[in-house]
Ligand binder design. Structure first.
Ligand SMILES: [Zn+2]
Ligand SMILES: [Zn+2]
Ligand SMILES: [Zn+2]
Length: 123
């Protein structure tokens, strides 16, 4: 009598897969190249690694700190809040951050500590 194999039996387990969607890379505008030509004009965009697309976890909101540009102010660096994607995952029950009033920025020009630069906090 052969033993029955039940390899696939537990495939449909409880945990739902993380939903992700692909958007155009904000940092390079989908070009796949470093927008500032750093270190050279042929450099690959460090955010999307040259594909022009990045994966995000919906629901997303525009990054308050960089305004969706993916760029850290005038510093030619990727925004530390959204990592250059231009959007961030919206916290559950999001409400406007009382600390920065939604700007995502603290008075010293750094990402606000309370909302971490998102401009919203979990409700
Ligand atoms: Zn890119
Ligand atoms: Zn940002
Ligand atoms: Zn804030």
């Amino acid at each position: 009598m052969a033993r029955r194999r039940r390899k696939m039996a537990k495939a449909a387990a409880a945990a739902p897969p993380i939903e992700r969607k692909q958007i155009t890379c904000a940092f390079c505008n989908g070009e796949g190249k470093d927008p500032f030509g750093i270190p050279s004009i042929l450099s690959t965009c460090q955010v999307c690694l040259g594909s022009g697309k990045v994966w995000v976890e919906p629901p997303t909101i525009t990054c308050a700190f960089c305004g969706g540009s993916g760029v850290y102010l005038d510093k030619r660096l990727t925004c530390t809040v959204c990592r250059g994607k231009g959007v961030v995952t919206k916290p559950k029950g999001a409400k406007t951050c009382p600390d920065c009033l939604g700007s995502g920025m603290s008075p010293d020009g750094l990402p606000d500590l309370l909302c971490r630069g998102k401009g919203v906090i979990a409700g």
